[in-house]
Ligand binder design. Sequence first.
Ligand code: 5GP
Length: 177
Amino acid sequence: MKQVTIQNKTFGLFISAQEIDESIKVIADRINKRFQDSHPIFISVLNGAFMFTSDLLKKVDIPCELSFVKLASYEGTTSSGAVKELVGLKEDITNRHVIILEDIVDTGLTISAVIAQLKTKNPATITIATLLLKPDCLKEKIHIDHIAFSIPDKFVVGYGLDLDGYGRNLSDIYQLI
Ligand code: 5GP
């Protein structure tokens, strides 16, 4: 099996670039049909979703916009501790059809924070597309519209996903072995 070593950890090939491409095509076709006349705005959550976003958007052939956001962590003054604030969104999304692009939904806390903060800006609809979902790890009840791959609870890298900043450039997805 094809293997890579990142930060002294060994990963085995898990999902090939070709499988990723095929799955993204299915999602793009659905989005093209569903949002044909509604000029959606894609909101891509950096850093992990950059490759997914690039490949998906190349297959989207309807009028659309694209914006990139980040969740910035800072220590809040509330007792709950760390607070994550969505930064980078310059566009007015009031009454817009928003499609969030995520790399991976694990516990679901990150995507829930993104959804909650976007909802305050009164979009018409929010659709979620994620490259990966770990269904066994979900702690939040979230409806995810488009999932390229549901995967077991094992750490993965590649195709935008990193380990300590490394591995994002790999065109396949690798699983810790
Ligand atoms: P959640 O908030 O859903 O628990 O986690 C989402 C974030 O955790 C992702 O955006 C990603 O940064 C990180 N994450 C969760 N699982 C993995 C994984 O298997 N590999 C990598 N590289 N990051 C992960």
